[in-house]
Design a protein around this ligand. Structure first.
Ligand code: ZN
Length: 343
């Protein structure tokens, strides 16, 4: 018997409707998640308010078993997509569907160089060739570690003079009609977070998080007193991350594995109980679960219950192209998905 409250978990296409079940029922409601319907293939623009809005470009992981793009997100402010976090496969398409503009980006922040977080970067840079952008573009990422290159080497192997896409090498020096890149490498081994961007009221900081041997960064985007924290792939074993995510309006956590996972998967990723603990410790208002695949969805009711045991705020399952406003009052958080699919 599990005492839980699933009422504020925002899940699309679930039967029966979760909002019927309130704290105190005493029984874990076995919910049949028949189809997690994902609306794809449609353009979707975010609200154009002054506050921060998270838009999920890719809510999936490295497994191509559903309609989700791999990891990628946008942070909108004043109608502009100012920060893109990760550029996994499929994010090129979603970027266009979001009606984001290459000209508006202040930063492309890559968490790590697994393909499901970075593979569409050259496609986006090529698209930038056709934009009217005149100012430089910042890209951030981790330093070298194990078989993974440092940010500079990664970009060099893509668009350097001897790179796979050497015809885009103008990005290194601003020649050939391309804008120069500012490469902002962050040492993931540092115990303290590093400031990546601090301009025009927008602040982005990065902190290394444990993801096996893969150098990986979490990011925190702040403006207007609001904050969106991207935990990226991590196993949740660093206490520093909860501190880094303290008071986040929105925390994006990657639900990559069920509680029963072990071995390599557990070394790389945090199970639901750890995600719940981090969400509670950080005092976040809204938890967005992303990086979803059949592996992470197979035991979803139990995973959600385990998270709910520790975290009483809003819980939302990410979907490609959905927008989530970082509102000051989480009780006003929109339940778009539930409204669209009441049954
Ligand atoms: Zn991943």
């Amino acid at each position: 018997m599990v005492f839980t409250d699933l009422s504020s978990i925002n899940v699309k296409g679930c039967l029966p409707r979760l909002s019927r079940y309130r704290r105190g029922h005493g029984w874990l409601v076995v919910v049949v998640f028949g189809l997690l319907l994902v609306q794809t293939g449609q353009a979707q623009e975010c609200p154009r308010g002054p506050g921060l809005t998270l838009q999920v470009l890719g809510s999936g992981g490295p497994v191509a078993d559903d309609d989700r793009a791999s990891s990628a997100y946008l942070v909108w402010q004043d109608g502009q997509a100012r920060v893109m976090v990760d550029a996994g496969g499929g994010s090129f398409l979603r970027f266009g569907q979001a009606r984001a503009r290459f000209e508006d980006l202040d930063l492309i922040a890559i968490s790590h160089f697994h393909a499901d977080h970075s593979a569409d970067l050259p496609a986006l840079l090529k698209a930038g060739y056709f934009s009217s952008r005149a100012r430089r573009l910042s890209i951030s990422g981790p330093e070298e570690g194990g078989p993974f290159p440092a940010l500079k080497a990664f970009v060099d192997r893509l668009v350097g003079g001897r790179g796979a896409f050497a015809y885009l090498s103008g990005y290194l020096d601003g020649s050939d009609g391309l804008v120069a890149l500012d490469l902002l490498a962050v040492d993931h081994r540092n115990e303290k977070s590093a400031t990546v961007v601090d301009q025009d009221g927008l602040r982005v900081t990065a902190l290394g998080v444990p993801h096996g041997i893969v150098p990986t960064l979490a990011y925190r985007v702040e403006a207007n007193g609001q904050s969106i924290v991207f935990g990226s792939d991590q196993n949740g074993s660093s206490a520093r991350f909860s501190e880094f995510a303290q008071g986040a309006s929105i925390l994006i956590a990657h639900l990559a594995i069920p509680e029963s996972a072990s071995g390599v998967a557990r070394k790389l990723h945090a199970p639901p109980s750890v995600i719940g603990r981090i969400a509670r410790e950080s005092g976040t208002q809204t938890l967005v679960l992303s990086h979803l695949m059949s592996r992470s969805l197979e035991d979803l009711p139990n995973s959600l219950a385990l998270i709910r045991l520790q975290f009483s705020g809003n819980i939302i399952l990410a979907e490609d192209l959905q927008c989530y406003e970082a509102e000051q009052n989480p009780r006003e958080f929109k339940l778009d998905n539930e409204r669209r699919n009441p049954n």
